[in-house]
Design a protein around this ligand. Sequence first.
Ligand SMILES: *[C@@H]1O[C@H](CO)[C@@H](O)[C@H](O)[C@H]1NC(C)=O
Length: 357
Amino acid sequence: MLMAGIRLGCKHGHFMLLFLCIPRTPVAIGVVLPGASQGCWAGGYTYQRCCVGRERDCFPSEFGNRFDETTCCSAMVEAMGALEELGLPLASRAPSPAIGRCVEESLSHAEESLARNSFLSTLRCIASLQSVDVVLDAFLGGGFSLAAVAQGLDVPKSRRRPPSVFSFEKHKYLVDEALAPAGPVGDAWPTTVANLTVPDTEPSSNLVTLKEQLHSYQLSVIQAKSRAVHEDQRPEILIGHGLPYNLASLSGYQWNALDILCQHHAPVDLVVMDAEAALSQEWLIIETICMPRLVALFGVNIHGASSWIKNRLEMLNTWQLEAKGVVKLGSKPWKAMAEVRRLRAWALFSNLAADPP
Ligand SMILES: *[C@@H]1O[C@H](CO)[C@@H](O)[C@H](O)[C@H]1NC(C)=O
């Protein structure tokens, strides 16, 4: 009786899992269905039952690693089999007037404390555009870019999807500082922190722990897109504490949080990359599975950050540079060689394969 009552609670095309209504179409349009070409979905096994519903008999041990979450639930494994060589160059298009207005506006407010730099104020403005609902701020760091996009999303506007900001952060103290009452994000928006950290000890049990954490992360990711959509909706924030892509296995690709996030929320309207690490794997997953419509890169002039991603987007024929700017960290030259890192350039690209913003 209870079950029947619960089932009535979900609208058509949804099913109930742990008291959540989950849409029956698991993967966004344009993304491959994980596991399809790997032979996972035969004999009644489905993505829905095995990757979302976690039915116990899905990955029987007699098959070893032939069928598991990595093979059957990762969008990247499926997509890598279908990657194509670059096609014909896509025709460039006129620069987006909406983005142009955001850049102009941000320069005129550059002295305000909140818009302390042209990158953050441009981000805030872009997040307020009607075509932006879902943002991945790839690394939380100090939390300033996340706060900027959350503020932008937090304006009443007609929406296509529930406003959501996703982020990852390896260091717990940075998460705590960003979310502290006086921190840049504070408690202004409903925020979930998902634990994606496995202890260093006991390597064999770590894989089980990691899978548990990823399944639980996936539920939060699905829940974020299952909310009803309305105009004056507040953005919700989901921060994965830990690594977006787990490097524990050297033998190849492994089911990971970034793949999960991307397969459920593609196309992501805006991806912000501000990191000092190389991030090759992470970027390839974002590019292939998240299919971002806009990409904002910070620190494109300094070694070790996202400069190589800028070069990659300029080389590929599907991206267009929409805006760029410079943020000064300090108004006077830094002492000696550190000066090379004082000015930080940023660049904003739009995906020519997606609708213009
Ligand atoms: C995250 O999960 C791991 C493994 O269960 C646990 O050891 C650790 O204490 C958790 N961390 C936090 C911050 O809850």
